[in-house]
Structure formats: C-alpha cells, structure tokens
Ligand binder design. Structure first.
Ligand code: CA
Length: 226
C-alpha cells in the first residue's frame, strides 16, 4: 500500500510537532500548515488523503478552510477530521455545515486521534461503482461524488453522502443507528445516536421531496423503501 499523506493544520507549534511526530511514526507522510490560507494552498497543490484541521486558527479559521475546500471540486472529497478546543464547539460543528467527516475534542489522546484517522481513511477506501446508484428520483454517483435529486445536483457533505449511500445500498432493510454509525462514521459509541438523527434530518431537508422514501423506523433507525 502506498504511503498516505495527512495535512496537519494547527497554529500551536507544540501540538503540531507532537501530532506530526506520532503520525510519522504511524507511517503517514505529514504536510504541515500553521494557518488557514497555507492549509488551503497545500491541500490544492498536494491533495492529501486526509486533513487534520484545527478549528481555531488565526485569520482563516477551520470553518473557512473547510468551506473553501468544499467549494473546489479538486479538494471537495478530501476528508477532514476537525480538532476543536471545547465541548460546546461540537454543537457548532454538527449545527453548521462544516462538512467535516468527524471531529475530536481537545484535549485529545493521541490514541483517539489515530483511531479516528484510521476510521475516516477506511471509509474513504470504500470501493467506487462505475454506475450511479438509482433510487426513486435520486441518483448517487460514488465515483464522481455527485448526487442528483429529480435531476438537480444536491450539495451534500461527505457524511451525508455516505449516509445516503448506505441507505441506498441497503434499500428495503432497516438500518439501526448503530449500524449506520459503524458504516458511515467508522465506529459506534453510546450517545452518538443523536448524531445520526441530526444528519438524517439535514439529508432529508436537502433532498426535499426525493427524501420521502427514507422512513424512520421507530426505536431502531432508518430505511430506504425498497
Ligand atoms: Ca488553534
């Protein structure tokens, strides 16, 4: 397997050095950026496999970096693992369209960061289909990372895309919140069920009428009608 590259964006040099050291020990190639503009520039030029992005940065912050990368088709599909300083920022990340694949709250353990990185990269390595998945009015193209609802492109975050993909691949079957966490986020923890609900709500809002076939199965999870 070729070496995977991680772009590490953190303005606090001590933390950046520590993370870089451990990522290199784990066999990753590491690119480093100390501010948001440098991060966007490096992501465009080097196309890393994953971006470990601190939310609080001078100038262009993590939110700005994430938005800039999502707008650019060349970088939109690079998964972002967000580092946040405080617990309350988690709500900001879930609430705002940050587009992050996952997040880790500071102070974090190195083990946790590595676990999340591996989970996100595993998800990214999922096979792509040559033909788009079709269901009701929805077309989902895993190769091009494009979703059409009624023929109109829908802008989904990476997580929303994976969630829809999982439901469509399992159409007709009930997917529990735990199964969805495991498949979409790469791990399943107690207390994360609400995260699934939040993302399904947002996915439905974006798909509009085309989402009518995504059913809530009370007490269990969700199902795309077969
Ligand atoms: Ca910072």
């Amino acid at each position: 397997m070729t070496q995977q590259t991680i772009l590490l964006v953190e303005d606090e040099k001590d933390i950046r050095d520590l993370l870089a050291l451990h990522l290199q020990r784990e066999g990753f190639a590491v690119l480093e950026a100390g501010d948001g503009l440098q991060a966007v520039d490096l992501a465009r030029k080097r196309k890393p496999d994953l971006i470990l992005l601190d939310l609080m940065l001078p100038g262009l912050d993590g939110l700005g970096v994430s938005k800039a990368l999502q707008r650019d088709p060349g970088t939109a599909s690079i998964p972002i693992l967000m580092l946040t300083a405080r617990g309350e920022e988690v709500d900001r990340i879930v609430g705002l369209e940050l587009g992050a694949a996952d997040y880790v709250v500071k102070p974090f353990s190195l083990r946790e960061v590595l676990l999340r990185i591996r989970a996100v990269l595993r998800r990214g390595a999922a096979p792509v289909d040559a033909l788009p998945l079709r269901w009701n009015d929805i077309s989902l193209d895993t190769a091009g990372h494009v979703v059409l609802a009624g023929g109109v492109p829908v802008s989904l975050t990476l997580t929303e895309f994976r969630l829809l993909e999982d439901l469509l691949r399992n159409k007709g079957k009930v997917r529990s919140r735990e199964q969805l966490l495991d498949s979409v986020w790469g791990y399943s923890f107690e207390g994360y069920a609400r995260t699934v609900d939040t993302h399904v709500r947002r996915l439905r809002a974006k798909l509009g009428e085309a989402a009518a076939g995504i059913e809530t199965v009370r007490g269990i999870g969700y199902r795309a009608r077969g």
